[in-house]
Design a protein around this ligand. Sequence first.
Ligand code: ATP
Length: 354
Amino acid sequence: MAFNPLNWLMGLFSLDIGIDLGTANTLVYVKGKGIVINEPSWVAVEKRTRRPVAIGAQAKEMVGRTPANLLVVRPMKDGVIAEFEITKAMLGYFIGRAHQQTVAPFPRPRVVIGIPCGATDVERRAVYDAAMAAGAREIYLIEEPKATAIGIGLPINEIRGTMVVDIGGGTTEVAILSMNEIVVSRSLRVAGDEIDQDIMNYIRNRYNLFIGERMAEQTKISIGSAHPLPTEKTMVIRGRNLVTGLPEAIEVSSVEIRDAISNSIQVIVDTVKDAIDEAPPEIVADLIETGICLSGGGSQILGIAERLNDEVNIRVWVAEDPMTCVARGAGMILEHPATINQFTASLDRFSSRR
Ligand SMILES: Nc1ncnc2c1ncn2[C@@H]1O[C@H](COP(=O)(O)OP(=O)(O)OP(=O)(O)O)[C@@H](O)[C@H]1O
């Protein structure tokens, strides 16, 4: 990026922020302060005008409970922008709120923002344009697995293979890294949302019960598992009986929910195997030592580390605070400005590099 004296001057008086613009959650890291925003990526809009009326946690509360003139949407789908104008409004709102928490006089921040490594040039450009339109002054894009690995504190600068599997809401990102670069990557559009959908389908087919997305998500979080549990669990779920049309509550067990989500879990496991299969043998040998680190909200599905460990025969562990790794990684880059060009790229450099 060419030197721009005005940008440089504004940079002395404005914010540096890192953003994890996720399908399920958006996190904002402010340099020197840490994560200041961690909210669901939901926006309530007026149906007719598409004007946002609530953003974040307040909008998520409204899901399934809105009057006819409102619609609650997630503007990100499968890790990329599905609704440009609404994403722009959501980003602008979060950037504004981050700015309010500081004393920086200029509201236009420099932004490091994560993107899935499988995003196309058009999808990258949409993230760039949305952040610019939302008020950013300078934007750097970082592939999410890199930000994740930096956030976890993996030694990705070494001549040694390390591996991260980030299971988010819309995408699962699998990457093997060495010497600050991605050696093998896979971006899969099967993650937490798809697993919620599996649960909704199972409950409908098995019990004729229609449950909402939030109930399905709660079921996944409470009793969803990828490996037999030491003590199997049960929970009561509520929905509408499709035959009688009346409300109904039933008890389901972790065994049947594990079965219901097994196909999606298997797709994730197979993708991890596939990435390892493509890696050079020296790097695979490194992985036996360094292991595989899981991150993202989906890494908290019970038994997922054990299941992967059994299937790939490599030590697998879940990162500490797994849902904040991308934001923390972007933040660590901002805290050490010399690393910005090493790990991120402006849009033009990204396109030409590939
Ligand atoms: N304890 C838990 N157990 C299982 N799943 C969980 C748990 N907590 C959150 N999740 C799931 O994690 C997902 C959200 O994770 P995360 O915030 O990392 O995704 P995201 O970054 O927004 O999505 P993406 O990376 O696909 O854009 C949701 O599907 C949510 O239901």
